[in-house]
Design a protein around this ligand. Sequence first.
Ligand SMILES: [Zn+2]
Length: 309
Amino acid sequence: MSYEGQMLAQLDMPSRKEVEQALLKILFKHNGVIKEFSSGEEIVEEIANEFGLNENQRIAVLERTYRKENRIVKSLLWHRLLYRAADSLAKEKLVSRPSSTLHLTNKKEWMLTESGFDKALDFLNIPKTQKEFLPIKSFEVQKIIKKLIETPRPSNYNPFDKEKKVVRITRESALRKRGFRQAIIEAYSYKCAFCGMKIHSPDYLWWEVEAAHIVPHSFKGKDDIWNGLALCRLHHWAFDVGWFTIQDDFYITVSPQINSLPHDFGKMGDYDFIRILSGKKTKINLPNNKEIFPHQNSIRWHRENKFCH
Ligand SMILES: [Zn+2]
């Protein structure tokens, strides 16, 4: 047995397989990404806590002598075990290495791949059909997000897909759908563009906000960042049925039909979700980057075809 193997056995450290499983679960809990171990010591502690490691197990140091240079390299045994487990997950293509993630996000992080995401869902008994509603990052979806937010903004944008073939749920279209959803809700900081509502489930897994299409799918609207808005469920519904629209300068317009609406409609206690936005100039909450603001061509279509004048 190697010197490292002996130390692992003596200290009764968890097996590499166990650490691999724990890593997948921790990645899931952290939205699919964790910092490279050397720069994020808190994650090293967090996983150690999962295993309930004692002080000796946490601080055991492995010494290796590099004879050629005649120097001794010391590293934490636990840290090395974590790295080896992550490395083995990367070999199985369940996570991407910090060096590859760096090209995608400019951060040195371990990120789940689609297969790693599926495996974590299995461990946690969450059906795969829930994937599209979870804010978990995967390497493949992150590639789509990068493309969505980095493609130069066209001045004359066409928000419609060409003739749509029979809709088939392929792996590719499912990934694109998740890429669109995540790109939108991240761009709007998980907040409704109309009311600013921001809330997640008590276990942090699910966000209330939805990625709405300005030109809807049923009208061949594209899954582009310029054709989307983050909206709470209530405003998503109200926007789709035409109670609200937005102007080219992003100010909200409320349908004049509210004048014929019974006065007790649209109220939650004292909060009147429609009338509160009529009569005063309110702009929607926008992303930080102008390049990904909704496109005027999408907005115009909504004003002319969905809004109730
Ligand atoms: Zn809202």
